[in-house]
Design a protein around this ligand. Structure first.
Ligand code: CP
Length: 311
């Protein structure tokens, strides 16, 4: 029986979690992995509770897996659709959330382009707030599902070298993984062009490389990131052709990592830009395992918030 305690009322970022709390989320997720193998993939833990999925940015994986997670825990779920909401009539974020709050939900899962928006909601909302990605700041459940995937492959979350490659500047996934793996005292290599991976990241405890082969050498995990064209990332290097030549992970470059190394990508991928398509589909790739683990990790987060939920 684990003595670890989850003290949080919200999940805003990995920086707020202790190592014990991270481990507790992953242990709880392990038990929900088992639930997802049953014929009836449902437990009553959140029966009578309401979860609102409030997504202001596009999402395939995070939004669907929070929905499946809530339903597998027997919660009621509202999928808020920003594009057909009263936001279109000029209603503010605060009034939108206050309106939804008046319907007494218990958990609000929010994705928003503004860094800090989940924390802003905690200043006036009574629901527990879960960050599903805010601007460049954080994507805590992505880092947690990545950690679960890593633990399943290496049976540990310590003593690993993790190479994170690509558009680090715009990546909330990179930041959340960096914070999590510094807490686990892992070695982190951040790799990409100087414009997308400035040396300032070394202050966060990572080593910065502008040469892909040098950074990937000896890695246990190679985590590729998407070039975020919607955030203007392609203005930070001369051309996609040039970027691909220098920073695409190919079977040849991947072979410089350890023989046991795994290839990760949070998705969505730009195939044959940052990741060679045959490698993405190879047995080295755990990209779809990451997606599957997203359900168990999000079930664990929703479940662990239960004692702190409003009445
Ligand atoms: N990894 C991730 O956040 O994917 P989605 O944008 O599809 O949710």
């Amino acid at each position: 029986m684990s003595k670890k305690v989850f003290k949080q009322s919200h999940l805003l970022g990995i920086e707020h979690l202790s190592v014990d709390e991270i481990e507790l989320i992953l242990e709880t997720a392990d038990s929900f992995v088992e639930v997802s193998t049953r014929d009836i993939k449902k437990v009553p833990a959140l029966k009578g509770k309401t979860v609102v999925n409030l997504f202001f940015e596009s999402s395939t994986r995070t939004r669907s897996s929070f929905e499946i997670a809530a339903k597998r825990l027997s919660a009621d779920l509202i999928n808020f659709n920003a594009s057909v909401s009263s936001l279109k009539k000029g209603e503010s974020l605060k009034d939108t959330v206050l309106t939804l709050e008046a319907m007494n939900p218990h958990i609000i899962v929010i994705r928003h382009s503004a860094s800090g928006s989940p924390k802003y909601l905690t200043t006036f909302a009574r629901s527990s707030i879960v960050n599903a990605g805010d601007g460049f700041h954080a994507h805590p459940t992505q880092a947690l599902l990545d950690a679960l995937t890593i633990k399943q492959h290496f049976n540990t979350l310590r003593g690993l070298k993790i190479a994170i490659v690509g558009d680090i500047l715009h990546s909330r996934v990179a930041r959340s993984n960096l914070v999590l793996h510094r807490k686990m005292e892992n070695e982190i290599a951040l790799i990409g062009p100087p414009s997308l991976v400035p040396r300032e990241f070394e202050a966060m405890g990572a080593k910065v490389y502008h040469n892909l082969k040098k950074g990937v050498e000896g890695a246990d995990i190679v985590m590729m990131l998407r070039v975020q064209q919607e955030r203007g990332a392609s203005n930070y290097f001369p051309s996609i052709r040039e970027y691909r030549k220098l920073y695409e992970i190919t079977p040849e470059v991947f072979s410089l990592a350890k023989p046991s190394a795994i290839l990760m990508h949070p998705g969505p991928m730009n195939r044959d830009v940052e990741i060679d398509t045959t490698l993405a589909d190879s047995d080295k790739s755990v990209i779809l395992e990451q997606v599957t683990n997203g359900i168990a990790v999000r079930m664990a987060v929703l479940y662990l918030l239960l004692p702190k939920l409003r009445g």
